[in-house]
Write a protein that binds this ligand. Structure first.
Ligand SMILES: NC(=O)c1ccc[n+]([C@@H]2O[C@H](COP(=O)([O-])OP(=O)(O)OC[C@H]3O[C@@H](n4cnc5c(N)ncnc54)[C@H](O)[C@@H]3O)[C@@H](O)[C@H]2O)c1
Length: 339
């Protein structure tokens, strides 16, 4: 019998990382999570996973982790990821995200680990000239955050060329939804993602949701985005491991369907049965009208297909988790998690 694979997951206490940890554990892997808990939650890491509280800036801590376990692969989620914050403090992102990732890449190479899966972003493409956005779309990051992710993609390219570290750069569009097991969901502080913010407005935790501009060249005038279920992202992470046996890969990961801000609000009202108070404000600088992914390449090459493509079921899962955990990971759940 093959021994189980051992995977280091940086940022595994965060939103996407914790869902990937669950997927890895489901498939019998041994998982070690490294997270500084600045944004993540200890309660999002199941007891079956080992947990190391450490920062990627701490190279001694990294050395200890790589000395203690022998990893088959590294999943790298840990990063700062607020676009607006990166516009106010570009150094924090251009330096912090990049140097932390370089530390991790070096430790990975030195330990002789051959596979890394990296969380990249649709922000790599800024305001693209054509849609949908595929892997051949010109890279022109929309923020210092996106630029930091591009630096890291380039560092991984050279780590492959020079050291044979195979990597998968997965450019996520908007991660959304919650794990069907009811134990994991989205709990960011501050929250900047549309679906949890609209759910909060529906639940009366926020006075209203502000629409940033309704005069875009889209059917209802509001911005259109591609929402991908967080478990579909997790599935893609597992699938790319096979591809990494032979080559490095880059994939854009989205649903391939766009929904406008107004469509998201309507879907939240449909799913929750609650009214969402709305105010229309001015456009935000740098917001493209439409961002929709083409994920044809990963569909064709690896047979990946979103299992939860429908907006109402994505929102339904997020609503179920928020209803059971009104204080996120910080407070007691209101009811038993789903079986
Ligand atoms: N959520 C999305 O829609 C989305 C879209 C595109 C890309 N991404 C990328 O996916 C990854 C995960 O996103 P998320 O929404 O789960 O974010 P998150 O903030 O919920 O998770 C990131 C985790 O990394 C940890 N972390 C951050 N810096 C660290 C450091 N220096 N050392 C150790 N741990 C550190 C945080 O505590 C947190 O638990 C990020 O790299 C993000 O840029 C996310």
């Amino acid at each position: 019998m093959n021994s189980p694979m051992t995977v280091l997951v940086t940022g595994g206490a965060g939103y996407v990382g914790s869902h990937c940890v669950a997927e890895l554990l489901d498939r019998g892997a041994k998982v070690i999570v490294l997270d500084n808990l600045r944004q993540g939650h200890r309660a999002a890491v199941p007891a079956e996973a080992a947990f190391v509280e450490a920062d990627l800036a701490d190279t001694d801590a990294l050395k200890r982790v790589f000395a203690e376990w022998r990893f088959d692969a590294v999943f790298h989620f840990a990063a700062l990821s607020l676009v607006g914050e990166s516009m106010r403090d570009p150094h924090l992102y251009l330096h912090g995200n990049t140097v932390n990732s370089l530390n991790l890449i070096r430790a990975t190479v030195e330990a002789g680990v051959r596979k890394m899966v990296f969380s990249s972003t649709a922000n790599l493409f800024g305001t693209p000239e054509r849609l949908p956005i595929d892997e051949d779309t010109a890279i022109d990051p929309g923020s210092p955050y996106g630029e930091s992710k591009f630096f890291i993609e380039r560092a991984l390219h050279w780590a492959d060329r020079c050291h044979g570290l195979r990597s998968a750069c997965l450019r996520y569009f908007n991660a959304a939804g919650a794990h069907p097991n009811g134990l994991l969901g989205e709990d960011h502080h501050p929250e900047t993602h549309l679906i949890p913010l609209v759910l909060d407005a529906a639940a009366g935790k926020r006075s209203h949701i502000e629409i940033f501009g309704d005069d875009y060249p889209t059917p209802d005038g509001t911005c259109v985005r591609d929402y991908i279920h967080v478990c579909d992202l997790a599935d893609a992470h597992l699938r790319v491991l096979d591809a990494l046996e032979t080559r490095s890969v880059r994939y854009n990961l989205g649903n391939g369907t766009g929904y406008s801000v107004r469509q998201v609000i309507e879907a939240v009202e449909r799913v929750t049965g609650l009214k969402v108070p709305v105010k229309v404000g001015p456009r935000r600088a740098g917001d493209p009208a439409v961002l929709i992914a083409s994920s044809e390449r990963i569909r064709t090459e690896l047979g990946w297909n979103p299992r939860f493509p429908d907006l109402d079921s994505i929102i339904g899962g997020a609503w179920a988790w928020r209803s059971r955990n009104p204080n996120g990971y910080r407070g007691p759940a209101t009811a038993q998690a789903a079986e």
